[in-house]
Design a protein around this ligand. Sequence first.
Ligand SMILES: O=P(O)(O)OC[C@H]1O[C@H](OP(=O)(O)OP(=O)(O)O)[C@H](O)[C@@H]1O
Ligand SMILES: O=c1cc[nH]c(=O)[nH]1
Ligand SMILES: [Mg+2]
Length: 212
Amino acid sequence: METLAVDHPLVAHKLTVLRDAQTDSPTFRRLADELVTLLAYEATRDVRVAETTVRTPLTHARGVQLASPKPLVVPILRAGLGMLDGMTRLLPTAEVGFLGMVRDEGTLQAETYATRLPEDLSGRQCYVLDPMLATGGTLAAAIKLLLDRGATDVTAICLLAAPEGLKYMDEAFADTDAPIRVVTAAIDSHLNEDGFIMPGLGDAGDRLYGVV
Ligand SMILES: O=P(O)(O)OC[C@H]1O[C@H](OP(=O)(O)OP(=O)(O)O)[C@H](O)[C@@H]1O
Ligand SMILES: O=c1cc[nH]c(=O)[nH]1
Ligand SMILES: [Mg+2]
């Protein structure tokens, strides 16, 4: 598995405001959206394109367009939904599938409660959106599901990742041939005893949408 922590002053600035406990929900949503677009720029570096030609006002020019089959973007509900607009702004022609997953806050085990994905993902590049990679249980389960349906490579975009979760993912996909990537704004220090990322930003879903 490949991990990229994006080193850019604008990414660091937006992440700092997201971490701030004083940041309200509307500001949190806007910054998460902006941050995803910056991360998506790096995450889509290997997106498949096909050569094409266009007619300029003067002559012809060679260029590229997104290749078929189109990439699939998969936000993991609920918090990943806060990253969808920022991603599709950069990849407007991508298709979108949905995965609903929730982590049991006692056992830290992820459970899938909704799946709305194409049955066959053969040849598809997939981009999974989830702001928090904590133990890695949620993201690993989501990526396995996509690989089982034939996805050829999977890139996860996360706002924050914990070293424990990255190690778990590394081990989970050690024998997988398909390229797996994690692109994140930062790798934090550790998980606390409740499985929260430290220093982190708290519960991303609650900060985006409120406590349920
Ligand atoms: O790496 P893990 O230890 O599996 O934890 C990370 C998961 O926890 C959060 O979701 P949560 O279960 O809080 O659901 P929500 O998005 O509905 O708030 C987060 O958005 C990830 O999906
Ligand atoms: O720190 C964490 C860990 C899991 N889920 C979150 O929203 N935040
Ligand atoms: Mg949550």
